[in-house]
Design a protein around this ligand. Structure first.
Ligand code: GA4
Length: 322
């Protein structure tokens, strides 16, 4: 692994990602929510089982709202560094962070705002409330389609987990500044913006501006570049959902690579976690006769606690495997 030291920005070493085998993105599943329910539901199930990642189009959330939030976020990140930190405090884990991720030494070419959805009142971005309501509704809809596809008796069981008052939603705004350093000796590989990881939650819903950078793990161990689409949302299965489906749905590894010397990238991700006391274990509906549970049961509180002790790229589910 090559480590680049960056003399201009706090001497923080940045990890150079392994060489890209990033292919076009032709293999990204697309779910069209304007299609009949059965078709949309089947497409979601197939994508969750196949890769754990899909793009959602015709979701009904106006582009105007997405662009408004994006513009506000860009204005926030354009503020002087001291201003940004004092607006929310340094990330621990919530607040304003730059170049360090989590508490265990991970670094990336990124600055961000991270906060619990239940306490957004202090966040200085006015379109946020409207955006969070809209995306939460979308997540609920997607999870109802999942329940239908899995033929679950209680159709709102999954959606309720992430929409009820006590659910543990987290929101993250990531800004990847352009990296002029890449001009020197740049070999096309780029810098790690956000290192490879899976998300601990049930599901994550991402929206980004038109800048490239997101990559998802392909089946053969290669990375697949996700072509940006400002109108769409990208959904990924998280660790908790992998456990709820006894491994049928895949919690997909993803990362962001910065290759641009001039253009920045802005993304916003809503992580849908359940209430802290929710017990996470394989649901009866997904089990076939005689199938064993692959993971020991845990509460969301326990899983979060364990996750915060790990490094970003760790396999966090391994310690719960039977
Ligand atoms: C990955 C998904 C979300 O961004 C996040 C991240 C969290 C953080 O940045 O504080 C973690 C990471 C994420 C998993 C392992 C721990 C915790 C950084 C880290 C090294 C907000 C989350 O919920 O888990």
């Amino acid at each position: 692994m090559v480590v680049l030291s960056n003399p201009t920005l706090h001497q923080i070493p940045l990890v150079k990602p392994p060489k890209l085998a990033a292919s076009s993105g032709g293999s990204i599943s697309v779910v069209d929510l304007s299609k009949p329910r059965a078709a949309a539901s089947a497409a979601i199930i197939e994508a969750c089982e196949d890769s754990g990642f899909f793009k959602v189009v015709n979701h009904g959330i106006p582009l105007e709202l997405l662009c408004r939030l994006e513009a506000e976020a860009a204005a926030f990140f354009a503020r002087p560094p001291a201003d940004k930190e004092s607006a929310l405090g340094p990330a621990d884990p919530f607040g304003y962070g730059h170049q360090t991720i989590g508490r265990n030494g991970d670094v990336g070419w990124v600055e961000y705002l991270l906060f619990a959805v239940s306490s957004t009142t202090t966040v200085p971005i006015s379109s946020l409330g409207e955006y969070l309501v809209a995306v939460k509704r979308l997540a609920g809809e997607i999870l109802e389609l999942v329940a239908e596809g899995l033929r679950m008796k209680q159709r709102d069981r999954l959606s309720k987990m992430v929409t009820e008052e006590e659910s543990d939603g987290i929101f993250r705004l990531n800004h990847y500044p352009p990296c002029p350093l890449l001009l020197e000796g740049f070999d096309g590989g780029g810098l790690t913006g956000f290192g490879e990881h899976t998300d601990p939650q049930i599901m994550s819903v991402l929206r980004s501006d038109g800048a490239a950078g997101l990559q998802v793990a392909g089946k053969d161990g290669s990375w697949v570049a996700v072509p940006p689409d400002r109108r769409a949302f990208f959904v990924n299965v998280g660790d908790a959902m992998q456990v709820l489906t006894n491994g049928r749905f895949k919690s997909i590894k993803h990362r962001v690579v910065v290759t641009d010397t001039e253009r920045s990238r802005l993304s916003m991700i809503y992580f849908f976690g359940p209430a802290e006391e929710t017990r996470i274990t394989a649901m009866a509906e997904v089990m076939v006769d005689g199938e064993e549970r692959r993971y020991n049961e845990f509460t969301w509180r326990e899983y979060k606690k364990a996750a915060y002790k790990t490094r970003l790229g760790d396999d966090r589910l391994r310690q719960f495997e039977k």
